[in-house]
Every structure is written in C-alpha cells, then in structure tokens.
Design a protein. Structure first.
Length: 390
C-alpha cells in the first residue's frame, strides 16, 4: 500500500488532521490500536478554546457543537469559602465552549466518512522505518493478524503519551522535560443538573475541587486525591461529602447528587519532548506533551499542533513548499510551553501539596486575593484560559 500521509492514532488530533488533509485532497491513512467503540467512548476534556471552536467550525464539523455545546463567558475561582468570577468577555472579549471530547471525536468520525478516509482499528505491532529517506515505511498487523506495510512520505504520531512514535526519535536528539505531581483527580460523571452555569475551580485546605458539566443533565465533578488512592476507597456518598466540603457554601448547598455513571482517578503530570519532528516523522498532541487538566489545555494544545501541522503539510503537497514543515517543531513548541506554563501555574495555585507549610498556603491565598481584585491579573488569566492566538 502507499499513502501520502500515515497518521498513527485515531483520537481527536489524528482524525482532525486527517479531515483537514483529506479536504485538501491529500491521501491519508489512519491507524488506531483500539476499537472504534473504545475510542468513541473515552471520557476526556470538555472545555474548548475559541481557536478550537473556530477550527472545528471551519472544517465543517461544528454543527452539533454549536447546537449542543455551551458557551461560557467566564469562570469562578474560590478560596476560603469565597468565590469570585473572571469575566472572559469583559476582559478579552472572548469565550470558551463546553463540549466533550467524546462528542468532538464522534463528529470527526462522521465527517471522515464523507471523504472516504480509511481508519484501521485494532492494529498491532506498529513499527516505523526509513524515517530519513525520501519515503518511509509503516509496518503493522491488522485485526486479523496479517502483516501489512505502507509506503508513505510522512508519518504523524498522534498516538498519545504511551504510543510508539516518540520512541523513534533518537535518544541523543530527543530531550524530555517532566514534572510529576503528587496527587491525582478523582472524577465522577453523574446524570444530575450542574450546580453552576459556569465552571468553579476551588482551592481548599483539604485539596482542590472542580465543578464542571457536559450538558444540562450531565455533571462532571473532581476532587484532588493522593496518588496512592484507589477507586474502591471512594463510595459515591464519600465523594459527594468531600466535594461539598471543599466547594464554597453558597455552591455546596445547591448541589444535586446522584449515582455516578463513571468514576476514575487521573494522575497529573507536565511533560514535553523536543523536538516534535525528526526526518519524516512529526508528533502532535499527547505524543509530545502532557498538561495537568487544571488549565483545560490538553485537547486544545493538540488542536493547535494540528493547525500548524496541517498548514505545513498542505503547503508542501499543494505548493511544494517545505518551509513550514521545517519550522513546525519550533513553532508548535513555542505555544506548547506557554500552555504548559499556565497549566503548571494554575495547578500550583489551586492544589494542596503534601508537606505544604503555612507560608506556602498564605502565598496561594494572596495570589487568589490579588487575582480577585486586579483587572490586569484577570485579563492575563482570561487571555491564557480562552487560548493564546496561533
């Protein structure tokens, strides 16, 4: 087989890139390790920067999003049982969209059917070869166990943190930067009305909490827990009790609780690998960088990678211009590091770190007090939260 581009990973970044390339009449193949049902059921991010909203809309997959999604023009932060609102519209004249990654992925799969893009699921033993030659090879076993090889000009790794793509960049070239946080997020999805029309980020001496949503009858809540905690330690009732304790009283008094329909613990880390390209291999999304979910940047950084990479590949195939491809890693990483910084800052300010002393606690409270009263600080927060320009 031969394709101009082979994308490894059938999640939102891989399928969005495939769609943009297919619309430019570039021949693309997508390989995915998991089943289609698994990919379409993964519970992930729900806050979309307006850059992401614009990209999805312009690529023709914004209809359901613009109908079912929720535009948020601000967010709430709380500490010491007091909450305040940061108005995105007032400070930077922008907003965000609450629309689950599961829904984004569904929309992209539906759109790809119109362009007859092949997405092969349940592939195994993927390997890459000839990455520094004119044409590279991708070998794999299909769902029947039959070995296949694809000849291609470019290979795009959208296969996540644990994928194989990043490992093909030589160790003497690849640099990685990582911070592991000493806690995770216990998340619960419940078929209950959200407690707030906008997200609430809560700093509490017992740990962080977040009140989020998916739609008017589907709520998503999180609390900070030690990395050592197991799901079976947390009954639904114990989760609700702890969540209520950490949220400000004016909010916790209004929470409607119900049985969880999904419950999981996600570890938190910041991770970046450089460069994001080597030879004919290019990385996008979680294969190259991970952020803690505090700043709602994970999916959005993946989409910004796709923006730069699609522009680069289309420029190469349509105009025979390699300039954007050669600058892709540098350009994408500039925005990635800004997202990493904001997510790290927000995680540091909002969470209770093990061994945190009274001085560090006072600094957190002072930071939030300053943010609550400074228009300049709120503008900086809003600018980063809604998404820096491409």
């Amino acid at each position: 087989m031969q394709h101009q581009v082979v994308i490894i990973g059938g999640g939102p970044s891989g399928t969005l890139l495939a769609l943009l390339l297919a619309q430019a009449k570039i021949d693309v193949l997508v390989l995915e390790r998991k089943t289609k049902e698994y990919v379409l059921s993964r519970i992930r991010a729900g806050v979309l920067e307006w850059n992401t909203v614009d990209m999805l809309t312009k690529s023709g997959v914004g209809s359901r999003m613009n109908t079912l999604g929720y535009v948020h023009e601000g967010t709430f932060l709380s500490s010491a049982n007091r909450q305040f609102r940061i108005d995105f519209k007032k400070t930077v004249n922008k907003q965000v969209m609450v629309y689950g990654q599961t829904e984004v992925t569904f929309d992209l799969y539906e759109a790809l059917r119109k362009y007859d893009v092949k997405i092969l699921h349940e592939v195994d033993d993927v390997s890459l070869d000839n990455l520094n030659k004119e044409f590279s090879r991708v070998s794999y076993k299909d769902r029947s166990g039959i070995s296949k090889t694809v000849k291609t000009q470019f290979i795009i790794g959208c296969d996540g943190f644990h994928g194989i793509s990043r490992k093909y960049i030589p160790s003497k070239i690849l640099k990685t930067y990582e911070k592991i946080y000493p806690f995770g997020w216990l998340g619960v999805l419940s078929e209950t009305p959200p407690v707030s029309d906008e997200l609430i980020y809560a700093n509490h001496e017992r740990g962080f909490a977040l009140a989020s949503m998916r739609n008017k009858n589907l709520s998503r809540y999180y609390i900070q827990v030690p990395n050592s905690d197991k799901i079976d330690k947390w009954s639904d009732q114990s989760f609700w009790d702890e969540l209520k304790f950490r949220l400000p009283t004016e909010t916790s008094d209004k929470i409607i609780i119900g049985p969880s329909i999904e419950k999981s613990i996600a570890p938190l880390r910041s991770f970046v690998s450089e460069p994001m390209s080597w030879g004919n291999l290019f990385l996008a999304g979680d294969s190259s960088h991970i952020v803690p979910p505090t700043g709602a940047k994970g999916l959005n950084l993946a989409v910004s990678d796709v923006h730069y990479l699609s522009k680069s590949l289309i420029s190469f195939f349509v105009e025979n211009d390699k300039n954007f491809l050669e600058k892709y890693s540098e350009t994408a990483l500039s925005r990635v590091w800004k997202g990493i910084r904001f997510s790290w800052w927000m995680t540091t300010v909002m969470h209770n770190f093990p061994g945190q002393n009274d001085f560090e606690r006072k600094i957190q409270l002072a930071e939030l007090e300053y943010l609550s009263n400074s228009i300049g600080a709120q503008k900086s927060f809003a600018e980063n939260y809604v998404g820096l320009p491409y």
